[in-house]
Design a binder for this molecule. Structure first.
Ligand code: PMP
Length: 407
């Protein structure tokens, strides 16, 4: 079983106080997670000892840097169960990974009238790239609706599949509702009509075991910064055959094998999709983050967050006037978006902040989902490996104070 108090000690920032003498209670990991010493030290060590540009140098530092960067790719590919490291492309984040697929796979394979299926619970980063492509190519976007409980309505999905979609792109875990969608089933159904699948793994890869071979997913997008790694780097997993068939996304150094004045020959995978000097230190930090999570055990992390979900759902909903959106603990990660009757989410967040509790208020980059629930904004508390049941208690005490102030 995972011991959050031991884990906390690995994260220096969690020891700090905010304002005078108020200890930090960090409940904003869905926006970005904190970083353990192992990640900070690995990046620091790289800059102190091995910093050089990769792939082209023949000196010791260049070889060390290249070795570390490619070893990082191998570690992260292994973490998600990819068949080979060349199926793992480094990008800036989930957003860039999805844009890469929309621009490269989409432009090559889609034509006017083709159908793309998304869901009503997507983050803007899995909506806007497809909307941009749809406007360019005259595609048709269809949506799997959400139910009032915050689940996907798979019977409507079944009907939508009769439109023979070319792509089904959906989030595995909602960053607002916390819903853990039945990804394997959604992918199986998509494949049965010949659609290609993309999973937004921004909120799943950090929190539950995700194995691309088991899911049989075609593309998986995720970000390092939400899984105890650095900002500035993310990944796109793609099945080798698909990636091989796709044109480069960006042009420049490193993504080419040969350049003439009027033409070029693209490089092999994965370099074909990595134009320019990449985020080398960040890749090293990313791998260290994956190693850290692996050593805790993804099953243990998921179980820990499930315990938090059960406890928090019970405790938070006991606060007068609180309404949590999203399903019950069995279908949910440890993300809680809620409203308090008569109190604006920004006021809730501000009062909690005075007590050192960091939560987020707004639409959480999911405006259509908030529209669906007829809410302009919610307050969101999101938990991770370093949070404990005591943090839930602290939040609930804070919410009781918010209530009192507004009475
Ligand atoms: N998808 C989901 C479900 C997310 O929660 C987020 C981050 N809030 C993203 C995509 C985008 O991630 P990034 O900003 O790292 O690209």
């Amino acid at each position: 079983k995972l011991d959050a108090s031991l884990i906390r000690a690995d994260f220096p920032i969690l020891g700090r106080q905010v304002y005078s003498g108020v200890p930090l209670v960090y409940l904003d990991s869905a926006a970005t997670s904190q970083k353990p010493n192992a990640v900070i030290d690995a990046m620091d060590r790289y800059y102190r000892t091995s910093n050089a540009n990769i792939h082209r140098g023949i000196h010791v530092l260049a070889e060390e840097a290249t070795g570390l960067y490619e070893a990082a790719r191998k570690t992260i590919a292994g973490f998600i169960g990819a068949r080979t490291p060349s199926e793992l492309i480094f990008t800036r984040n989930t957003t860039e990974s999805i844009n890469l697929v929309a621009a490269s796979w989409g432009r090559k394979n889609l034509k006017a009238g083709d159908v793309i299926i998304l869901t009503e619970m997507e983050h803007h980063s899995n909506l806007v790239p497809w909307q941009m492509l749809a406007a360019e190519l005259n595609l048709r976007l269809e949506y799997i609706p959400g139910t009032p409980e915050g689940l996907l309505d798979l019977s409507v999905y079944q009907q939508l599949l009769e439109l023979s979609p070319r792509m089904v792109a959906f989030t595995q875990v909602s960053n607002v509702l916390g819903t853990i969608n039945p990804a394997k089933e959604i992918i199986r159904m998509a494949h049965s009509v010949g659609a290609v699948t993309l999973v937004d793994g921004a909120q799943s890869v950090p929190h539950i075991p995700v194995n691309v071979m088991d899911l049989n997913v075609d593309f998986l997008a995720f970000s390092a910064h939400k899984m105890v790694g650095p900002t500035g780097i993310g990944a796109l997993y793609g099945k080798e055959k698909l990636l091989e068939s796709m044109p480069p996304y960006m042009g420049g150094g490193d993504m080419i094998k040969k350049v003439l004045l009027r033409s070029f020959v693209p490089n092999e995978l994965p370099h074909k999709f990595e134009a320019g000097t990449p985020a080398i230190a960040e890749a090293i930090g990313f791998a260290e983050a994956a190693t850290y999570l692996y050593s805790q055990g993804m099953e243990n992390i998921a179980a820990h967050e499930h315990d938090i979900a059960e406890y928090a759902l019970k405790k938070i909903s006991q606060v007068d006037g609180v309404r949590i959106i999203g399903p019950g603990a069995d279908q949910k990660g440890s993300v809680f978006s809620f409203t308090m009757a008569g109190i604006h989410p920004h006021d809730v967040s501000q009062i909690l902040d005075r007590r050192g509790i960091a939560v987020r208020a707004g639409h959480h980059c999911a405006m259509p989902l908030h529209e669906k629930f007829k809410l302009p904004a919610t307050t969101r508390a999101s938990f991770y490996i370093y949070n404990s049941l005591e943090d839930v208690d602290t939040l609930v005490e804070g919410l009781a104070e918010v209530r009192k102030i507004f009475e």
